[in-house]
Design a protein. Structure first.
Length: 277
């Protein structure tokens, strides 16, 4: 980023300084954003100290007039705390663009709480911590092309972005990629347990399981073929892979997985009802 871009000249405020805020902050600083032009508001003493000492950003325990010059705000707090935080910080943030990474909180609620229509909702996932995140984005009608470009620049440092036409699609993004890393970890755990039961050590099993997910994912990403075609190519009838997949089909693992994702999607919708306006 150069000094001529909005990212390098305007005050950027984070409401909340947890893991996702840290991931975005790390990406911004790697891209050259001046840390002194970032202010993080978080009531947790340890978080503030860590961010101030580790990243050199400004920190506040509570919103105050310092935020009055903010042009961009990233809401990185738990959904149940959003309404209260908006009431506290909102009066100092008039005219800013608001980017929310709070799960489930719909933009209608955010607009009502902040009195602003310049809102982008985002659904990132935790691989953003290593620059490999997937983020779904929904802009309200008042969001300009310049606003979209800013969001793309900010979140692009944490991975890939996908703009959506309908806000309701963010619930599906939540179920697919937002919660997705936990599904991967769940399968890795199962593979490690199986490896140990077949005579490998925990360390050997974990290396093989994680390496297989990384390699297969990269193969799927790089290939023009569908995952189904890739699966068929490594499945010889009567072979070991066929035996494993047949056992999964018998136990309806695929259908159970789909039901689980629909449960996540339903919960995402419920969160919006529970914590919305």
């Amino acid at each position: 980023m150069t000094s001529t871009t909005p990212l390098a000249t305007d005050l950027l405020v984070f409401i909340g300084g947890g893991n996702m805020a840290s991931a975005i902050l790390g990406g911004l600083l790697r891209e050259g954003h001046p840390p002194q032009q970032i202010c993080v508001v978080d009531p947790d003493d340890a978080i503030r100290q860590s961010l101030q000492q580790g990243m050199g950003v400004q920190v506040l325990a509570a919103p105050d007039a310092t935020l009055g010059t903010a042009t961009h705000v990233i809401w990185a707090i738990k959904p149940q705390h959003f309404k209260t935080a908006a009431a506290q910080a909102g009066p100092f943030l008039k005219g800013a663009l608001h980017l929310s990474v709070a799960a489930g909180i719909r933009s209608d609620s955010i607009a009502q709480w902040l009195g602003s229509e310049r809102i982008v909702r985002a659904m990132p996932n935790t691989p953003a911590l290593v620059g490999l995140g997937q983020t779904g984005l929904y802009p309200r009608a008042a969001v300009t092309e310049a606003d979209r470009l800013w969001v793309q620049q900010v979140l692009g440092s944490t991975g890939a972005c996908l703009w959506l036409a309908q806000e309701s699609q963010l619930d599906a993004v939540t179920a697919l990629s937002g919660s997705g890393p936990a599904y991967v970890f769940y399968f890795i755990e199962a593979m490690v347990r199986a490896g140990q039961s077949m005579g490998l050590s925990a360390e050997q099993s974990q290396q093989l399981a994680i390496g297989t997910f990384v390699g297969a994912s990269e193969l799927a990403r790089a290939s023009q073929d569908t995952p189904a075609v890739l699966r068929e190519r490594v499945t010889s009838k009567g072979g070991t892979t066929h035996a494993a997949l047949s056992a999964m089909e018998h136990d309806q693992v695929g259908q159970a997985f789909e039901r689980a994702m629909h449960a996540a999607c339903a919960r995402a919708k419920t969160l919006g009802d529970e914590f919305g306006a």
